[in-house]
Design a protein around this ligand. Structure first.
Ligand code: AMP
Length: 187
């Protein structure tokens, strides 16, 4: 069973690439953002708890997303592999993921990172707001908070995975097909 992480700031193209790749490789695409949006849409307790944090562009508590990931791994014992998208986003989440996998005799194979400037991220998210109608894409203050949160809490993971020899950076500003081709080579 393979485990890949699609890494990068919001708007870097993780979800778009995951959707392209997932059909070709038959891996399971697990986006914590999608799972949280589903909880919100279903009006569950968890969704209600997460709503204000998501809509202001802050991270939800580690234990919530860690629980979601563990549940996904547990309930798909026959999966060929997993593509995590938007997880982990903190060092604590990455350590928790390592523990979860090592308890099962598994480990992360590669971290595929979409490297992209803040300016391009900002433009892409503003563009996506018109297409997907996400509340956290619409307000420039929220977008900025997500970018700041990425730099503060998520970017340290680059060193974390470089130290493990698992970090593969690709230019996320290239066009869609060029990026897909690079990702496919790494999988
Ligand atoms: P995304 O769709 O990945 O951009 O995620 C949307 C929002 O969901 C984020 O801005 C966070 O509020 C929340 N979220 C998604 N994944 C995580 C995570 N791994 N840790 C904490 N919050 C998350």
């Amino acid at each position: 069973m393979k485990f890949f992480i699609l890494f990068g700031p919001p708007g870097a193209g993780k979800g778009t690439q995951a959707k392209i790749i997932v059909d070709k490789f038959n891996y399971r695409h697990v986006s914590t953002g999608d799972l949280l949006r589903k909880e919100m849409a279903d009006g569950t307790e968890l969704g209600k708890k997460a709503k204000s944090l998501i809509e202001s562009g802050s991270l939800v508590d580690d234990y919530i997303v860690e629980g979601m990931i563990e549940h996904e791994i547990e309930s798909n014992p026959d999966a060929k592999g997993f593509l995590f998208d938007g997880f982990p986003r903190t060092i604590a989440q990455a350590e928790s993921l390592d523990r979860m996998l090592s308890q099962r005799g598994k480990s992360i194979d590669k971290v595929i990172s979409f490297e992209i400037s803040d300016e391009v991220v900002f433009q892409r998210i503003k563009h996506r707001a018109d297409i997907e109608g996400r509340k956290d894409d619409a307000d420039p203050k929220t977008i900025q908070n997500r970018i700041d949160t990425y730099h503060k809490k998520t970017e340290p993971l680059i060193e974390f995975y470089k130290n493990q020899g698992k970090y593969y950076g690709i230019n996320g500003e290239n066009d869609l097909n060029a990026v897909s081709a690079r990702v496919e080579k790494l999988l």
